[in-house]
Design a protein. Structure first.
Lengths: 342, 589
């Protein structure tokens, strides 16, 4: 019951945050002078292509770029009707990409879900690797196991992602016949989902997951190790030992539970850093995620496309933080009963 | 009869360094209590933990033997395999630790943590173990065992947590209980009750107890046999009656002399004159509002209520109470660190007929002047000195901040102050880590003195120290008071410490002063049940004067359970009345 109330409260604050983010995103995109269309019009005028100018002028009106900024913002979000009536983000209309001359929804469409897929699998990879290695390194601290785990971890942190990607592609293809580049075989692109397509996607996911996840896993492992070492020296561990608990069970029940908090709290931070961090990797690996699209949109001031992608990343981050907050409440009674005792 | 536990010629060391515990031997008979007594660094904790072999990782058991002869036949604990050792831990031999706050996992319910012992050693399922644990909870004094089963440790007071620890240690009916300073972190009334509980349980089950403590008073109340340790060696051992009755070794004698005691008083003191006061707390009430977050209502907590206190110039006013009684809040308000609620004020009288200064309404100039005249000595000498500053810098910093003197003069002053507190001027170049706890407390006193204050507020200045060191620090404080004509506001939880240094004592409970008088009057004629409980709970190092648990229980409970004359109606306390000149008691007429 309390948890439900908390979840409702968190959802409410999340929506509020999202609203503030939308103002920020819009303001920052509009900070540089001019917009895509006025730049284009100036260029067309200079080269004397009159009919192009007319079309651009039409688009300016159509997307309300001739209105004052605050109105543009309200129309973009969908709070007030624009020239096309109510059609903004909250109505599910993401706007028009001038660069690609197609609706934003069409451009990002599949890429959106593939982005979520790639990053989710990378996050799972991070946790699956960091958890056992971090615990092992702490439990066997200052032995060869600890040093090896640490060495591999730092190697993962220090190797540039794109380099790792190229190396893995080469050897993965040579020894395991893994596919190179892309997120699915070309013949499945644009096809409806089928078993073969899923298989192809999973096969293509292996290398990107590894590349995007390694540095995160290495950092998380070191954090978990440090937390565990802190916890292992606490008196309640001695109490458990004096009860006659076996080492492995003891480790899992007490210190690991305590060290878990920062581990869970990181979910929120992990998502955005991976998405922004994976832009370069996506370009190198030829992944059809929204990373490359964001890069071009920002460069050419394609404001609706850039704005939508940024809002999407913000949403993912906020959802991640909310999940970790709710998990923390579930995991830690001290947070759950906060204010009911010291 | 064969001993239950025989420890012989035990030697423990760290790495390649010389042994820190050497040639320690003792026997524990079934049903008997053995006390290991010593100050910090004496090796008593390492010794008791070696029985269960839960030592710090770097420590090694070098030689000796540890034999345990329980119901399962004789066993050699020194050489037993780790697997077989786990069967003994928590089952045949169990342990209670010093800090109940930190010795329980904060993330698991008490029931879960206690029942784990039964699941490990008795193969019980959840329902069976719950039944046994609830009985045990009832036995150790939980009013509502079901609730305790569901509770998390942070929802309970220190005393209740220690009861839960005891339940955990007792639930498998061990033959030997090792209690490592089980009551050191508790208030004195709680300590008395916990010790009483251990005694009762021992009588019922016939288990033996090894009690590790630094307090001879606790020994007198609990033990039949005593082993006195110092620097890893046994100084003296024998029956409690012999060792406490006529200590043979000089070290035991020294511990004895240093143990603070409540004196027996033949006549009450005369009322204290309150004509030349230096600080006046008037109607000080402080409530804190705790924001609960989200949409929940904020909770207000009254830390202290209607406190009226006067510190007389050149005298010591002591405020005594348990944790949570509001004594530290009073000190913080007095120093200006907290602002009292409306209607309360604190006045500081600089002396020589100057006008009083309102501590919470001063101009910046007045504030600087006030800070020079009122200084504070903190409880924990380990965390109140910056580990990154040399002693010289720490001592000259106050002068620096107030812009007093030249560099050379400041240094001279720092050297002088070191001399005052009995340290060597050459120590100015060192860092705090090079000093012992007692020396550090001397340093923080020296730091408080560099500005030549008139009033010193001491917040439990000796409670983190060993008894013999505590004795020295109290002597030092007395010396300095007379030498520099200081006045003290002395905060403490220990009546015996206060008995020695105070000219007037205010006993606080639940945020209000319940009794106030000069110490001799208080000890001669304690009126309030809480004061009586505090005095009765003080363990005396004399086996013929055990703690009177009934008296403790009467006064230490909630204010709504006190005898009718003193009882609080809901949250309303009765008024503070003057029984005789200079003796105030909070009671109904």
């Amino acid at each position: 019951m309390m948890l439900l109330r908390y979840a409702v409260y968190r959802t409410f604050t999340m929506l509020l945050t999202l609203w503030v983010v939308s103002i920020l995103v819009f303001a920052i995109i509009n900070l540089p002078p001019g917009d895509y269309l006025s730049n284009q019009i100036a260029e067309l005028r200079a080269t004397g292509q009159a009919e192009g100018v007319a079309k651009a002028e039409f688009l300016r009106k159509e997307y309300a770029l001739d209105k004052p900024l605050y109105q543009q913002y309200l129309i973009w979000v969908g709070f007030i009707p624009g020239p096309l009536g109510f059609s903004g983000l909250i109505q599910g209309d993401f706007g028009w990409s001038f660069e690609f001359d197609r609706p934003v929804g069409d451009i990002v469409g599949d890429a959106l879900w593939l982005t979520v897929l790639v990053n989710l699998s990378a996050v799972l990879f991070v946790y699956a690797v960091a958890l056992p290695l971090g615990v092992l390194a702490a439990a066997k601290s200052e032995t060869w196991a600890d040093y090896t785990a640490g060495f591999v971890g730092y190697l993962g942190l220090a190797t540039p992602n794109f380099l790792l990607a190229l190396i893995l592609f080469y050897y993965g293809h040579k020894y395991f016949n893994l596919p190179i580049g892309g997120l699915m075989s070309p013949e499945f692109e644009g096809q409806p989902m089928s078993w073969d397509k899923v298989k192809s996607i999973l096969l293509h996911l292996i290398v990107p997951t590894f590349v995007i996840g390694t540095s995160g896993a290495a950092a998380m492992m070191q954090r978990l190790r440090a937390n565990m070492l802190d916890e292992l020296s606490k008196p309640y561990v001695e109490t458990a030992k004096a009860k006659g608990l076996a080492p492995a069970k003891l480790l899992a029940k007490y210190p690991l539970r305590m060290a878990f908090n920062p581990f869970v709290a990181d979910i929120g931070n992990l998502l955005p850093s991976m998405i922004s961090g994976s832009v370069l990797v996506s370009v190198v690996l030829g992944l059809q995620t929204i990373g490359p699209a964001l890069l071009t949109a920002l460069k050419s001031q394609d404001q609706f496309l850039a704005g939508f992608i940024l809002m999407f990343v913000a949403l993912l981050t906020l959802i991640g933080t909310m999940i970790s907050d709710i998990l923390l409440v579930l995991l830690d009674p001290r947070i759950r009963y906060g204010g009911r005792g010291a | 009869m064969t001993p239950l536990l025989q420890v012989d010629a035990l030697k423990i060391g760290f790495g390649t360094a010389p042994a820190v515990v050497e040639d320690v031997s003792f026997d524990v008979m079934p049903g008997e209590t053995l006390a290991l007594v010593g100050e910090s660094g004496s090796g008593k904790t390492l010794t008791c933990r070696s029985v269960l072999r839960i030592l710090p990782e770097a420590a090694q058991l070098r030689s000796g033997s540890i034999r345990f002869d329980g119901t399962n036949g004789p066993q050699d604990l020194f050489n037993l395999s780790e697997r077989a050792m786990r069967k003994i831990r928590g089952d045949r031999i169990s342990m209670i630790f010093q800090e109940p706050m930190r010795s329980l996992s904060p993330l698991h319910r008490l029931g879960n943590q206690v029942a784990e012992v039964l699941r490990l050693h008795r193969n019980m399922n959840r329902a069976q173990s719950k039944k046994v644990v609830l009985e045990q909870f009832d036995r150790v004094g939980f009013v509502d065992p079901e609730r305790a089963w569901r509770s998390y440790p942070f929802e309970m007071s220190g005393g209740m947590r220690q009861r839960a620890m005891i339940a955990m240690a007792m639930v498998a009916k061990p033959e030997l209980l090792i209690a490592d300073e089980p009551t050191t972190a508790l208030d004195v009334t709680t300590q008395a009750q916990v010790l009483g509980l251990i005694n009762e349980l021992q009588r019922e089950t016939g288990m033996a107890v090894i009690l590790v403590t630094h307090d001879l008073g606790v020994v007198a109340n609990m033990a039949q046999k005593v082993v006195v340790m110092n620097k890893g060696r046994v100084m003296e051992s024998g029956s409690a009656a012999d060792v406490l009755g006529s200590p043979a070794h000089g070290y035991t004698q020294k511990l004895f002399n240093a143990a603070p005691m409540i004196p027996e008083v033949a006549t009450p003191a005369r009322a204290m004159e309150h004509d030349d006061i230096i600080m006046d707390l008037r109607n000080v009430t402080k409530t804190f509002t705790m924001r609960a977050g989200g949409w929940r209502k904020p909770v207000t907590v009254t830390a202290c209520k209607d406190v009226n206190l006067q510190v007389v110039r050149g005298k010591t006013l002591a405020v005594v109470g348990e944790s949570g009684s509001g004594k530290t809040t009073c000190a913080r308000v007095a120093l200006g660190a907290e602002v009292p609620d409306e209607g309360g004020e604190v006045l500081f009288y600089p002396g020589d007929g100057a006008d009083p200064l309102p501590v919470h309404g001063m101009t910046p100039m007045q504030r600087t002047a006030f800070q020079r005249q009122a200084q504070m000595v903190f409880q924990d000498p380990y965390s109140s000195l910056s580990p990154r500053m040399r002693i010289g810098a720490t001592l000259t910093e106050p002068l620096d901040i107030h812009g007093i003197g030249t560099r050379a003069e400041r240094r001279e002053k720092a050297e002088e102050m070191l001399g005052w507190v009995g340290l060597n001027p050459e120590m100015l170049k060192r860092y705090p880590h090079a000093f012992s706890g007692g020396q550090r407390q001397r340093l923080s006193i020296a730091r408080a003195l560099t500005l030549d204050p008139k009033l010193l507020i001491c917040d439990e200045p000796t409670s983190a120290l060993d008894v013999s060191v505590q004795d020295q620090i109290l002597s030092l404080l007395e010396d300095i008071r007379d030498r520099a004509d200081l006045s003290y506001l002395f905060i403490s939880h220990d009546l015996a410490v206060v008995a020695r240094i105070a000219d007037e004592v205010a006993v606080m409970r639940a945020g209000v002063i319940v009794e106030q008088a000069p110490p001799d009057t208080l000890f001669y004629n304690p009126q309030h049940p809480y004061t009586q409980a505090l005095i009765a709970a003080q363990p005396e190092p004399d086996i013929s004067r055990p703690i009177d648990l009934d008296l403790v229980a009467k006064g230490a409970g909630a204010p709504t359970t006190w005898p009718e004359m003193f009882r609080f109606d809901a949250l309303e306390a009765p008024a503070l009345r003057e029984l005789e000149p200079g003796h105030l008691v909070r009671c109904h007429a």
